[in-house]
Write a new protein. Structure first.
Length: 162
């Protein structure tokens, strides 16, 4: 399991994708889906986290080891290789709402991130703890989602396997 912290700013979404891409490698069969879903969850972490708007959009990221405020201005991406495929988590300061899919209108420019996660991931979910919200997805070998039709999304931790 390998993790990296990113400043909670939109320009760091690309860096989060690059982090995942470097770990998976160019020839990995799950690379494209992993990059797309990482991008969606990193964007959600920036846009929907409980971090103050001024910290996310205006204030530059300044690491302050041990400083309580740092956690509010960053998100953490973790990649783990599992027997089933790859597991990616994105942790942020959290928000009061429950992460869920929503019905975006055809003209909407956003709001489809978790719909993509739900369609492409073999499993996904979230949990909260004292550090915030962790939302995760697991990608299995190609075709794994098709082998489990009708399986509902499980709102569990990423390591709670069947």
């Amino acid at each position: 399991m390998i993790s990296q912290r990113f400043a909670a700013s939109r320009d760091q979404v690309r860096q989060a994708r690059k982090f995942v891409a470097e770990l998976l490698g160019d020839g990995h069969p799950l690379l494209d889906d992993a990059l797309l879903l990482t991008s969606e969850l990193a964007t959600n972490a920036i846009e929907h986290s409980a971090a103050p708007a001024e910290a996310v959009h205006a204030e530059p990221y300044r690491p302050d080891p041990g400083g309580a405020g740092d956690r509010l201005r960053e998100f953490v991406v973790t990649v783990a290789f599992t027997p089933r495929g790859v597991l990616v988590t994105v942790q942020d300061a959290g928000a009061s709402g429950v992460p869920c899919t929503r019905d975006s209108g055809p003209a909407a420019t956003g709001g489809r991130g978790l719909l993509l996660v739900n369609e492409l991931a073999t499993r996904w979910g979230f949990h909260r703890d004292s550090t915030g919200t962790v939302i995760w997805f697991e990608l299995g070998s190609p075709g794994a989602k098709a082998e489990r039709p009708g399986v509902p999304v499980r709102w569990t931790g990423p390591y709670d396997h069947d």
